[in-house]
Design a protein around this ligand. Structure first.
Ligand code: NAP
Length: 297
């Protein structure tokens, strides 16, 4: 079998198109422009790239983008004061604090100071609790993107065996909650899991979020399974230079799976698209308006 390639780049463009349509409606019918504030502390090069592309795509879908770049030695007090100001600004519907923060700042404290209704990353403890109890919440962007691709490709996920490899708070755990919400039978595997190959072989859906290049080979994959590769790892090429690979060994998995996301061009582009989707959802909720369909869990 040769797997169908799930084109995350194209799907993300479709999601951004839906967001843009909804933004136009909010502006024309209700006179509201959704606004996303992104806060970056310090000059981490990767974070700077992410923040730049978030700002560009926010503007492209017609939303207001507010960037707050703070010095690396910004005090916790100053950062919390800025978040308080954004929480109280009616033009700001979504707030994202780019992680990781410098070591002297307490990430949990900072994230939990964001108004949960504006927490478009879905990391606030209230949103984690709401998701865990099946209530309406802001859903973390990367797992939301994975769920959208799975629903689009498979239709109903009900009753399918899903194995999530990785138990981080930003990917693995919320991914498992979302799959459970769609009535999958969910296993969360991690570094202490016994006989991981046998666990993964049970899966109709494999979500790999490990951070280890090409760790999952094709002979762990049940024939016909759907493989979602969240990993983004840079490796050396034999001929020099580097390239990006995922957490699954793409060629051997694609030979067995029914469908697979490539790296790059799979999960990655969906993350920013879902950030924009969350912002438009937050804006609609804040104004007591109907949420856009198909853009939330
Ligand atoms: P993380 O916080 O480092 O978590 C990695 C998880 O993998 C942990 O739960 C760890 O288990 C587990 N693990 C490590 N080695 C393992 C092994 N040998 N066998 C089984 N499980 C193992 O990573 P993350 O933040 O979730 O990110 C995972 C990957 O996704 C990274 O490559 C990251 O770059 C990528 N990512 C991509 C996007 C995107 O937009 N596409 C977004 C976020 C992250 P323990 O808990 O037992 O240590």
């Amino acid at each position: 079998m040769t797997a169908t390639v799930i084109d995350g780049k194209a799907f993300a463009a479709t999601v951004r198109g839906k967001v843009a349509e909804h933004v136009t409606r909010l502006k024309e019918v209700h006179g509201i422009t959704p606004g996303l504030a992104v806060v970056l502390v310090g000059e981490d090069p990767a974070s700077q790239v992410y923040v730049r592309s978030k700002g560009k795509m926010t503007a492209e879908v017609g939303m207001n983008s507010y960037e707050h770049k703070l010095d690396v030695d910004t005090s916790e007090e100053a950062l919390l004061a800025l978040i308080d100001q954004l929480n109280n600004d009616p033009a700001v519907h979504g707030i994202l604090v780019q992680l990781p923060l410098p070591d002297h700042l307490d990430s949990d404290l900072v994230i939990n100071s964001i108004d949960p209704a504006k927490d478009v990353d879905g990391f606030h403890i209230s949103n984690v609790g709401l998701l865990g109890t099946g209530q309406k919440s802001m859903v973390p962007c990367t797992p939301l993107g994975c769920l959208m691709m799975l629903r689009d490709h498979l239709g109903s996920l009900s009753g399918l065996n899903a194995v999530v490899v990785g138990r981080s708070n930003i990917v693995g755990k919320p991914m498992a909650q979302l799959l459970l919400g769609d009535s999958c039978t969910v296993t969360i595997a991690h570094s202490r899991t016994k006989d991981l190959p046998a666990v993964v072989r049970q899966a109709d859906i494999v979500v790999a979020a490990v951070g280890r290049p090409q760790m999952i080979p094709g002979d762990w994959i049940k024939p016909g399974a759907t493989v979602i590769d969240v990993g983004i790892n840079r490796i050396e090429k034999p001929e020099g230079g580097t390239r990006l690979v995922g957490d699954v060994d793409y060629d051997s998995c694609a030979a067995v799976a029914g469908a697979i996301t490539p790296v790059p061009g799979g999960v990655g582009p969906m993350t920013i698209a879902c950030l924009l989707a969350n912002t438009v959802t937050a804006c609609s909720r804040a104004n007591g308006l109907k949420e856009p369909e198909g853009l939330t869990a």
